[in-house]
Design a protein around this ligand. Structure first.
Ligand code: ADP
Ligand code: MG
Length: 246
């Protein structure tokens, strides 16, 4: 069932790389303001699914709708969708030769067409939101991993996206820095941003997710609310996966 409440609708999505069916028939709806956590073993298609949602990958077949609009291959639409769908990666992907502030103002000016002064104002707002306004003139290499990831989050938020996608945002971080990034993400949940999060942080999933999806071999094999998923997983493969990581 589709409803105007759905921010993301994915229908019969397939994406293959040669003989590899990375995403193998996924159907999924994410409600406006909801948080969907995707878990599953390495190679199960989680990243490919996320990358299809903001068209970093073009699906082999199937449909994706973002806020009521079906994705096509139209270049103008693509640019708009990429601005509306922010993505945060495991490796922060900041520009090393730009300061923190420049990292956050660049796309705003190019993609959103904002004047520099407005872009700076928004960048500063987002830097305070993630708690590192004091680092605005630093370069990425002068920051800890946790700080760099918070810059990456601020950069995505500065575009005022409708959706935030997170692909294992804490997997490359030292343990003591994981919490500062998860805390920022929990704040976003409170603000009601629609989020799709691939993570192995089960504490975050329990606290933040409205729904948890378990993927294996390119398919969704279980979808449940976190309470049910963590206390009473129905699928054999989800049970095995949870027994290995919890
Ligand atoms: P996950 O994020 O769950 O670890 P991925 O979506 O990265 O899984 O990968 C799913 C499958 O697709 C894997 O078999 C992977 O090797 C393959 N794959 C992903 N991206 C590419 C690519 N660009 N070229 C070829 N194969 C790919
Ligand atoms: Mg991945």
């Amino acid at each position: 069932m589709n409803s105007p409440e759905d921010m993301i609708i994915i229908r019969d999505l397939f994406k293959s790389f040669g003989a590899v069916e990375a995403v193998n028939g996924v159907n999924l709806n994410v409600g406006r303001g909801k948080v969907m956590v995707i878990i599953g073993p390495s190679g199960s298609g989680k990243s490919t699914l996320l990358r299809c949602i903001n068209h970093l990958e073009i699906e082999t077949s199937g449909e994706i709708w973002i806020d009521g609009e079906k994705l096509t291959r139209d270049q103008q639409q693509l640019n708009r969708i990429r601005a509306d769908v922010g993505m945060v990666f495991q490796h922060f992907n900041l520009y090393p030769h730009l300061t923190v502030l420049e990292n956050i103002t660049l796309a705003q000016q190019i993609v959103r067409g904002r004047a520099k002064i407005e872009a700076i104002e928004i960048a500063e707002q987002q830097l305070s939101r993630v708690g590192i306004l004091g680092k605005r003139d630093s370069f990425p290499t002068q920051l800890s991993g946790g700080q760099q990831q918070r810059v990456a989050i601020a950069r995505a938020l500065a575009m005022k996206p409708k959706i935030m996608l997170f692909d294992e945002p804490t997997s490359a971080l030292d343990p003591e820095m994981i919490k500062e990034v998860l805390d920022v993400m929990l704040d976003l949940v409170k603000d009601g941003i629609t989020m799709v999060v691939v993570t192995h942080e089960m504490g975050f999933a329990r606290r933040a997710a409205h729904e948890v999806v378990f993927m294996d071999h390119g398919k969704i094999v279980e979808k449940a609310n976190p309470e049910t998923f963590f206390t009473n997983p129905q699928n054999e493969r989800s049970q095995l996966f949870l027994s290995q990581i919890l």
